[in-house]
Design a protein around this ligand. Structure first.
Ligand code: PMP
Length: 405
């Protein structure tokens, strides 16, 4: 029964039914971007074939239909993460969300001498915008150290918190190592010293149940494309009182209530942060991706992926010379590894020739790679449609590649 259900999930992803280099495709690059189920692709086709139109203030049927679908998607996503629709802003993705907060909140609230705590696990997109903010404000970036197993040093984190701490930036799940960070506890500790918290949920949204109110996150961001949705669309959640107190990020249409030659007044939330024509189709398709996850069930998704990760970890550990990076007890879907004496890129190429797609390199986490004194890793990352049979084939392909190298 379980096997039939799993097969059914995989058949919903048309792209997976193909061969590359004459071999059945095994897609293990889900942390970079997930594949899209047919219902998401259909939603995109439907939008452009049936009701493509610019949203809001439309006097005609298509504009009203597009507006309705766009706002319904916002409502679905808001419900899914436990937020109100005012607090859910459509953005291009996680990267834009970090830049938005670093500018629209950071410019008002971060001053010379303030401290921004950034975890040592961060993706460049949750590091560089804070570095840029520190550069223009005179604030200081302080890094939360990473332990050998790829978890954050929680004792060091608590010691770093002080009255100077104004912001904590941390990912919920590490894209490079798969570590699930105890963000609820970290948020609570940061709040005790009066700091605000930005959570990068890019790798959490496809794998974990998210309730922003339960976490008490001040900001929570994710990208649609890592959670079965399209590229170019993502979400920035912010607490309403924080969003209200922020200045707009981009100026233009939609974010204004009224414009005069001598100035403008700002529109209500969430339009305040959605200047210009948004990615209407992307937002609607992201709503459909969330509906897909709701239909499968996030607990079931998490269970399937946890089984795959445990199975792959066990199998790969039996291969001579393999070292796994990221061995924390709490992990999601990512298997990062190196094989002694083998360059990750060479391995990636030889796996690709056998139909297996993995990612190699620094995974946009150069400082973290530096911490481990490596240039990069090989990363296999799993999604709900992957199977143990694929892992068996991956292990065989890996052994074959290692014999060739
Ligand atoms: N944070 C994490 C943890 C990520 O994995 C990624 C994407 N690899 C990002 C941020 C950036 O996301 P995007 O490129 O979709 O803006």
């Amino acid at each position: 029964m379980e096997a039939i259900q799993k097969k059914h999930i995989k058949t919903q992803f048309p792209i997976l039914d193909q061969e590359v280099h004459g071999k059945a495709l095994i897609y293990f690059d889900n942390a970079a971007t997930s594949q899209k189920p047919k219902r998401v692709i259909d939603a995109i086709t439907r939008y452009y074939t049936e009701y493509n139109s610019n949203i809001h203030r439309g006097a005609h049927y298509l504009a009203n239909k597009a507006t309705e679908e766009y706002e319904q998607a916002r409502e679905r996503i808001a419900n899914y993460i436990g937020a109100s629709t005012q607090e859910v802003n459509f953005v291009r993705g996680t990267t834009e969300a970090v830049n938005l907060v670093a500018n629209a909140w950071g410019n008002l609230n971060i001053h010379e001498g303030d401290e921004i705590l950034v975890s040592g696990l961060e993706h460049h997109s949750n590091m560089v915008p804070w570095q840029m903010l520190a550069e223009r404000s005179g604030a200081k970036i302080i890094i939360i150290p990473v332990l050998e197993d790829g978890s954050l040093d929680q004792a060091a984190f608590k010691n770093l918190l002080s009255a100077q701490t104004k912001l904590l930036a941390v990912n919920h799940v590490s894209n490079a190592l798969g570590t699930i960070n105890p963000v609820k506890e970290m948020i609570s500790a940061a709040h005790e010293v009066g700091a605000k918290v930005f959570i990068d949920g890019a790798q959490a949204i496809p794998h974990l149940s998210i309730d922003v109110k339960d976490l008490d996150a001040d900001f929570y961001a994710f990208s649609g494309h890592k959670a079965y949705g399209p590229t170019g669309i993502g979400i920035l959640y912010g607490k309403e009182e924080l969003l209200l107190a922020m200045k707009p990020y981009h100026g233009g249409g939609e974010m204004i209530k009224e414009v005069r030659y001598d100035g403008f007044t700002v529109n209500a939330l969430p339009y305040k942060f959605e200047a210009g024509t948004p990615n209407i189709c992307g937002a609607i398709a992201l709503g459909e991706a969330i509906a897909f996850m709701e239909d499968v069930g996030i607990d079931k998704i998490a269970q399937i992926e946890a089984d795959l990760l445990a199975y792959a970890t066990e199998k790969i550990s039996a291969i001579d010379g393999v070292k796994i990076y990221g061995t924390a007890a709490d992990k999601a879907s990512v298997l990062s590894f190196l094989v002694e004496g083998v360059h990750p890129f060479d391995l990636g190429i030889l796996l690709d020739k056998q139909g297996v797609a993995i990612r190699t390199g620094h995974h946009c986490c150069q400082p973290l790679m530096g911490h481990f004194d490596i240039e990069g890793t090989c990363r296999a990352s799993f999604a709900v449609y992957n199977t143990k049979e694929e892992i068996d084939l991956f292990i065989k392909a890996l052994e074959r590649a290692l014999m060739m190298l």
